[in-house]
Design a protein around this ligand. Structure first.
Ligand SMILES: Cc1cc2nc3c(=O)[nH]c(=O)nc-3n(C[C@H](O)[C@H](O)[C@H](O)COP(=O)(O)OP(=O)(O)OC[C@H]3O[C@@H](n4cnc5c(N)ncnc54)[C@H](O)[C@@H]3O)c2cc1C
Length: 403
């Protein structure tokens, strides 16, 4: 619960708000050295002291932000937020990035995907039950969409929920479920009408309590050695009807809103000049800052990072918001490509030092980790090939791909 709860401060200007946010961060954290490497916002964050420590630090920071009225500021006051705009929420992100503060990424699925889904499609009761605990970081969420045979082709998902009186009984398996082992709830997609004339009709979105009997979570290790991934097995899980989000059999439409929010918010890249700083630092350290080929590639990074910022601005200020089909895909493509472009450039600058290094050489380890970890940015939230298909078909009006 925030001490701002109920306060009518919808008219706080961006400048006043920025000063307030800055006071919060400056009283707790050091400003980041602009020349220093800042690795905390990585696509898949590194956690030298373990995955759980990363999650704990995120929760601690977010609950402090919530106590100061600075978490989920765009969420209406009655649901635990502060009723401000998305532009205000962006100020919190921008200021957060300037300080040597823990990453909030482990809570991103809840704060981006679950919040957007519940606000758009949840009942009044669901919003009151789940949103305040998301804002305060008391409860975490995961996303249970992908299955072993349903990733890009999500519509072919096989997890089933069968109605039994006032309850639904769920059977199936999910995979690549980020932070599921830490989550209290999952956004679950399940097939509820296997006989529907079209596969995307007949899918329903549910709130899955992760401690429900029949839910088993098993960890998976990712390409960079991270431990955020899981498989989730669902055997005879019983869910009350109050766990349905949106209408029964209309979960596909609900999920498209969730994915748009994932692509534009959670996966939309780091921005803020951080990637450029990393590249410049690597080139200086390797003595290649004046090499024309390296400078040319650095210019591409600067250009792409700036373009991403502008697309993000248009999104935040409404030009691309409001369900424009291009917004999520554009930000996902721009953000994911930039992450990988920088990691590849830094690896090329490092040369052999990024491939084999003394165990005490932290830089070599970081270069190799980022090269592997950023590959995931092209896959998570829908692969780049799929985003290009979506832009081609829904925005440019190109013929649909043959099935
Ligand atoms: C870091 C990370 C975090 C993730 N977190 C979650 C999570 O929390 N919850 C969750 O539900 N899922 C999560 N995922 C899963 C992710 O959504 C899927 O991996 C993704 O949608 C791709 O599906 P797939 O892995 O089954 O690959 P596939 O769909 O099998 O694709 C394999 C390859 O074929 C290409 N391809 C497939 N179909 C087409 C087509 N029609 N046209 C052109 N190319 C095509 C793809 O682009 C890809 O290169 C995560 C993935 C990653 C990497």
């Amino acid at each position: 619960m925030t001490y701002f709860k109920g306060m009518a401060d919808a008219h706080v200007s961006i400048e006043e708000f920025r000063a307030e946010v800055r006071r919060f961060f400056s009283s707790r954290f050091e400003l980041l050295d602009p020349e220093a490497d800042d690795e905390r916002e990585d696509v898949i964050a590194r956690a030298p002291d373990g995955h759980q420590a990363l999650v704990d630090r995120a929760r601690e920071l977010q609950s402090e932000l919530a106590r100061a009225g600075l978490s989920g500021v765009h969420i209406p006051v009655e649901f635990g937020g502060r009723g401000l705009s998305h532009a205000h929420a962006r100020v919190v992100d921008e200021e957060h990035r300037r300080y040597d503060a823990p990453s909030l990424r482990p809570l991103g699925i809840g704060m981006h995907l679950a919040v957007a889904t519940l606000l758009a499609s949840g009942t009044e009761e669901q919003k009151r039950r789940y949103l305040p605990a998301l804002v305060s970081a008391d409860e975490q969420w995961c996303q249970l969409f992908s299955e072993p045979d349903a990733g890009s082709d999500l519509v072919s998902l096989r997890t089933r929920a069968v109605r039994d009186g006032d309850e639904w009984v769920v059977e199936g398996q999910k995979v690549w479920s980020s932070y599921a082992a830490n989550a209290h709830f999952g956004l679950l997609l399940a097939r509820t009408d296997p006989d529907a004339p079209k596969p995307h009709v007949g899918i329903t979105m549910f709130v899955l309590p992760m401690n429900a009997p029949g839910v088993t979570v098993r960890p998976l290790v990712d390409i960079a050695g991270g431990l955020h991934f899981n498989e989730v097995f669902l055997e005879g899980v019983r869910l009350g009807h109050d766990k349905v989000i949106g209408d029964v059999n209309q979960g596909w439409a609900v999920s498209q809103g969730t994915l748009g929010s994932e692509r534009s918010g959670y996966m939309g890249g780091s921005g803020g000049g951080r990637r450029l700083r990393q590249v410049v630092r690597a080139a200086r350290a390797a003595g290649s800052i004046d090499e024309p080929v390296i400078r040319d590639r650095m210019m591409r990074v600067i250009t792409n990072e700036r373009l991403l910022e502008w697309v993000r601005d248009r999104f935040v200020h409404g030009t691309l918001a409001g369900g424009h089909p291009a917004a999520g895909s554009m930000m996902k493509l721009a953000g994911g490509s930039l992450e990988q472009q920088c990691a590849e450039l830094i690896a090329d600058i490092a040369g052999a030092a990024g491939q084999a290094w003394d165990p005490t050489d932290r830089d070599g380890d970081v270069v190799s980790h980022d090269l592997n970890a950023t590959r995931q940015a092209r896959i998570a939230g829908g692969t780049h090939q799929i985003q290009r298909n979506l832009l081609g078909e829904r925005v440019l009006g190109l013929p649909r791909e043959p099935k």
